[in-house]
Design a protein around this ligand. Structure first.
Ligand code: COA
Length: 260
C-alpha cells in the first residue's frame, strides 16, 4: 500500500489537512500531490466541511518545496506536464468553494510557499521561513510562484526573492503582505482554527460569494469585477440566511445561519 503523506482530521466542521512527511520536511513528492488532490476532491463533496486548514506535520516545516529527489528524472520534454499537474492541484485549492487557511508552522520554501499562496489567508508561526530557492537548482518556481508571488508582494520584491533566493522571516512576510498574522512558535494551527471558527459562523453563501468575487474579480477589469460583485450579491440576497441575518439584527439576537 502507498505510504500516507497527507491526512486530515475533522474538528467541528473544519478539516485540518496535514502534509505529513517530516523526514523530508514535508517535501511534495508525486504521491503527496496525488493524495492532496484526492483529499481536496473528497472535501469538496463533503458538505459537512465548512472550511479547510492546511498545515505541516512535525515542528520544523510547513512544506520544504517540491521533492528534489524526483528532479533528475524530469526532462525538458516532461517538465511542462509535471508542473501543470502541480498547478492544477494548487488551482483546485485556490478555487475551493469554502475558505482555506494555511497554518505555516515552519519552512515554506518553493512549493511550500506556493501552496501557502493559493490559500485564502496565511497565518505564520514566528519561526516560519519563506522563500523560492529554485534558482539554486537552476530552475524557476513552477507551481505558481512566478505568478502569485508578484501579485502579493509586487513584481520587484518577487524578483528579489526569486532571483537571489532571499529568505523572508515571518515578521518580514507580515510586512510584505505575504502572510496576514504571525503568532508564537507552535500556535499557527490554533490561531488558524480560531479564525476559521469565526469565519464559518457567518453566512456560508456570503463567504463563498465573497471568495468568488475577490478571486475571479482580480483577473478582470474593475468594470467586469463590479458586475461580478453585483451577481454574487444577488445570489446572497436569494438565501434564507439573508432574512435570518437581517431579522436577527433587528431583534437584537444572534443569527442562526443554515447555509440555505
Ligand atoms: N526535497 C527533498 N528532500 C528534502 C527537501 C526537498 N525539497 N527539503 C529537505 N529535504 C530533506 C533533506 O534532504 C534531509 O533528508 P536526509 O535527512 O535524508 O538527508 C531532510 O529533508 C532534512 O533536511 P536538512 O537539509 O537536513 O534540514 P536543515 O534544517 O539543515 O535544512 C532546509 C532545512 C529547508 C533549509 C533544507 O532542507 C533545504 O534547503 N531544502 C530544500 C529547499 C528547496 O530548495 N526547496 C525548493 C525545491 S524546488
Amino acid at each position: 500500500m502507498e505510504k500516507e503523506f497527507v491526512r486530515f482530521q475533522m474538528d467541528e466542521g473544519i478539516a485540518v489537512v496535514i502534509i505529513d512527511n517530516p523526514a523530508s520536511l514535508n517535501a511534495l513528492n508525486t504521491a503527496t500531490l496525488t493524495q492532496l488532490d484526492g483529499i481536496f476532491k473528497d472535501l469538496g463533496r463533503n458538505l459537512d466541511v465548512k472550511g479547510v486548514i492546511i498545515t505541516g506535520g512535525g515542528e520544523k516545516s510547513f512544506v520544504a518545496g517540491a521533492d528534489i529527489t524526483e528532479f533528475l528524472q524530469i526532462t525538458q520534454d516532461t517538465a511542462a506536464a509535471f508542473m501543470a499537474r502541480g498547478q492544477r492541484v494548487f488551482d483546485q485549492i485556490e478555487a475551493f468553494d469554502r475558505p482555506v487557511i494555511a497554518a505555516i508552522n515552519g519552512f515554506a520554501l518553493g512549493g511550500g510557499n506556493e501552496l501557502a499562496m493559493c490559500c485564502d489567508i496565511r497565518i505564520a508561526a514566528e519561526n516560519a521561513i519563506f522563500g523560492q530557492p529554485e534558482v539554486n537548482l537552476a530552475i524557476i518556481p513552477g507551481y505558481g510562484g512566478t505568478q502569485r508571488l508578484p501579485r502579493l508582494v509586487g513584481p520587484a520584491k518577487a524578483k528579489e526573492i526569486i532571483f537571489a533566493d532571499e529568505r523572508i522571516s515571518a515578521q518580514e512576510a507580515l510586512r510584505l503582505g505575504l502572510v496576514e498574522r504571525v503568532v508564537p512558535k507552535g500556535q499557527a494551527l490554533d490561531e488558524a482554527k480560531k479564525l476559521m471558527k469565526k469565519i464559518i459562523a457567518k453566512g456560508p453563501m456570503a463567504v463563498k460569494m465573497a471568495k468568488k468575487a475577490i478571486n475571479q474579480g482580480l483577473k478582470m477589469s474593475l468594470k467586469d469585477g463590479l458586475d461580478l460583485e453585483a451577481e454574487c450579491e444577488a445570489v446572497c440576497f436569494g438565501t434564507e440566511d439573508k432574512n435570518e441575518g437581517a431579522k436577527a439584527f433587528l431583534e437584537k439576537k444572534p443569527a442562526k445561519f443554515t447555509g440555505k
